[in-house]
Design a protein around this ligand. Sequence first.
Ligand code: FE2
Length: 341
Amino acid sequence: MKFIYFTDIHLCEGFDSDKGFERCLDSMLAHDPALLVNGGDLGVTPEAVSLYREMTKGLGLPLLHSNGNHEMCSGCLPRDLAGTASSSTDVDGVHFVILDVVRYFEPTEAHPANWHVLADESMLAWLEEDLSGLDRDTPLFVASHVPLSTTFPFRHGQRPGMDFPTNEVVNAHRILALLEPFANVATLHGHDHENCRHFVGDIEVMTTAAVAGNWWRNGLDSRTAGGREPQGYRLVNVDDNGAITSQYIPYSSDPESTAAYERRLESGRRFINVFDASPRTTVEVEGTPMNAIDPLAESSIHLSTHLYELPADFSSNQISARVIFEDGRVHDLDQTCEEVG
Ligand SMILES: [Fe+2]
C-alpha cells in the first residue's frame, strides 16, 4: 500500500498559497494513495482553516491530521483540548497513530511562544495500551507535528533539552522505546520546514519539508530557507512484507528537484545538496563516496543534514555526482555550481 504525508501548508500566508495547495493536492491524488496524513500547521488564521476544509472536502479517501502549533493560533484547536486528540486507525493492514503533542503555554519574557511540546504520562499510557495488542510485524507509523528525534534545536541556536521546548518533544525517548520492538516502523513529522530522515535503531524518523516551503514568500518557488528543498510532500510505500520506503516529491515542475551542486555565498563552502538524503543514502562525486556533514558540529549551525561538503580546494564549477537512495533509486547529477544565499 502507499500513502502520502504532507505538512505545514500555512494557507493564506505569502503569495498564491491557495494555487500552490491546489497544485499539491492534484499531484498527491495522482498517486492514488490509500490515505493522506496531514502533519499540521494549516495556517495561523480561521480563514486558513476554512479554506483547508473547503479544499479537502469530498476527497474520497481518509485524511488524518496531527495538530501543529498553529492550530492553536487559528482557533482550530481550542487551548483546553490540546493534547486530547491522539488517535489510531488501521488502513490496509497498516497501523497509524496520531500523537497530539502541542500544548498551550502562557507566554513569559523568557518563553514568548504560547505553546510547548510534550508527551505526558497519560499519552504514554494510552500509546502503550494502543500498541499492546499489535503484532510486532504490523507496519506502524506514528505521526506528531514536532519530530521525536531531531538535531534542529542545536543547528538553530536553541539549547537541546530546554524546559517547555518548542522544537523537541518532552519524553520523546519513551515513545521511541515503545516503538522499538516493531519490525517495520517509521515516524512522521513536519514543523521544521526541512527534510531530515535518519534512524534511531531501526526506527526511521521521517521529517518532511513544508508544502509552504519558505512560507510562500515566493509563491510557487518558495524553497525552504536552509535546506533549499523544493516545496513537496512524501510518498510512503509499504510493501507486501511490511518494508517501508519513501520518496520526497516536489509538486512544482522544477527539473532539478532531487539534488543540486551549491556554493554558499557567505562562507564559500561547496555542497552537494541531496534534498531527501538519509545516512543510508550513498552519494559519490566522480566515483568517490562522500559523507554528509556532522549535524552536531559547530560548522553545521544553520545547515541542514542532507548536505555533502566538498573539500575546500575543490573549485570546479561543474560536477558529476551519483546519488543512490535506499530503495534503489539512482540519480545522476551533472550540474553547474549554483551560488546560493
Ligand atoms: Fe509548526
